[in-house]
Design a protein around this ligand. Structure first.
Ligand SMILES: Cc1ncc(COP(=O)(O)O)c(C=O)c1O
Length: 380
């Protein structure tokens, strides 16, 4: 018998109401019954994205929504800026390159935060007009949160649109689409929204629609003009992921009931307890100056095999955390506290981390991490 704990930055655990919603009999999508569901989803997404703009639902993982953003906004030969501070920032550059977009890359040291003024100078000094700036709300590979609000202020009076990858972070940490002047925000279902993978989301501002009107990139499945035509009639151009959208409404209702501010405060608490716990064990945060409240990256201490640590926690004890990606493979491990996670999930995760660290020969006093987390949770 094995009880599993999922502490990864996507997928995240499913609340029972969501699993139940997905077990209901399938219905047809071109029906008044499904239209009512779609209408509810459209409203609920606006609430979570904190926007008046349409938020389209795509049957794809988050990367599909990223690709939709690039191909709908831009054309081959256009200039854009991408911010690369980790694996997912790099994805923006790769998608742009796949479609012939000239991507001016702002490299940020992994684990550090972007200095927003870097964007201001790049936009001002660019040889050709910058049409879009691609950034990442929470860089899942490093656990860094970006100051999107500051970037929005810089770009709002320029011609460039601000495109935010909020795949990791939406519904967990603040992302105020309209108040922060984000033109396009993309997300996915399997993180803060507490659903299985399979839905992509994309919000589009009036400023972004102007670019979309002129984009010549090839597109078919992810053509947002087609999506809008259907959306205006509360419909989708292709068969939607019906079951996932029904489950989405459960998640959106739960989030409305909890209230976004309470949800953000809960994530902050989970993150703070996790950070305090690992520090109490003598471990170092990978991104101490710009920690995201959605996922915590921790440096693997000297002499410990980081991959073995993650593998043993998962395969021997059923506690799944994430290892490092790309250049951070074996160098960091990541504990997510995103979505349907509460204090005893964190305590179980920290307890397991302690057990395996002890087995691997790391010297620390057993129980100190759990105690630090408990102390944090005891605070109001
Ligand atoms: C910040 C960020 N961007 C993009 C992605 C890619 O999303 P997906 O795997 O849903 O395509 C992820 C997934 O981990 C992510 O965390």
């Amino acid at each position: 018998m094995r009880k599993n704990y999922l502490l990864t930055p996507g997928p995240t655990p499913l609340p029972p109401q969501i699993s139940e919603a997905m077990s209901r009999p399938i219905i047809h999508h071109r029906t008044p019954q499904f239209q009512a569901i779609l209408k509810e989803a459209a409203e609920g997404l606006k609430h979570v994205f904190q926007t008046k703009n349409d938020v389209f639902i795509l049957a794809s993982s988050g990367t599909g929504a990223m690709e939709a953003a690039v191909i709908n906004l831009l054309s081959s030969g256009d200039t854009a800026i991408s911010v690369e501070g980790g694996k997912f920032g790099e994805r923006w550059t790769e998608i742009c390159q796949a479609y012939g977009i000239n991507c001016d890359v702002i490299k940020v040291q992994w684990g550090k935060a972007l200095e927003p003024s870097a964007i201001e100078s790049r936009v001002q000094n660019a040889k050709s007009k910058v049409k879009a700036v691609f950034v990442t709300l929470c860089e899942t590979s490093t656990g860094v949160a970006t100051d999107i609000e500051a970037i929005g202020k810089i770009l709002k009076d320029t011609e460039a649109v601000l495109v935010v990858d909020a795949i990791s972070g939406l519904g967990a940490i603040p992302c105020s689409t309209d108040a922060w002047f984000c033109d396009v925000v993309v997300s996915g279902s399997q993180k803060g929204l507490m659903l299985p993978p399979g839905l992509g989301f994309i919000s589009v501002s009036p400023k972004a629609w102007k670019l979309i009107e002129n984009s010549k990139s090839p597109k078919y499945y992810f053509d947002l003009k087609q999506a809008k035509k259907a959306w205006d009639k509360t419909d989708t151009p292709f068969t939607p992921a019906i079951t996932l959208i029904i489950a989405l409404n459960e998640a959106l209702a739960m989030m409305r009931q909890d209230g976004l501010e309470n949800i953000f405060a809960r994530h902050k608490k989970m993150a703070e307890a996790t950070r305090k716990a690992v520090k109490a064990l003598g471990l170092e945060l990978f991104a101490p100056d710009a920690s995201s409240d959605a996922v915590t990256a921790v440096k693997v201490p000297a002499g410990i095999d980081g991959e073995k640590l993650v593998k043993t926690m998962r395969d021997t004890y059923g506690v799944t955390i994430a290892g490092g990606q790309s250049e951070l493979k074996g160098k960091v491990f990541r504990i997510a506290h995103m979505g349907f996670i509460e204090e005893f999930d964190i305590i179980a995760g920290i307890a397991c981390l302690e057990k395996v660290l002890a087995q691997l020969g790391f010297k620390f006093s057993l129980g100190k991490g759990v105690a630090a987390a408990q102390e944090e949770f005891l605070k109001k």
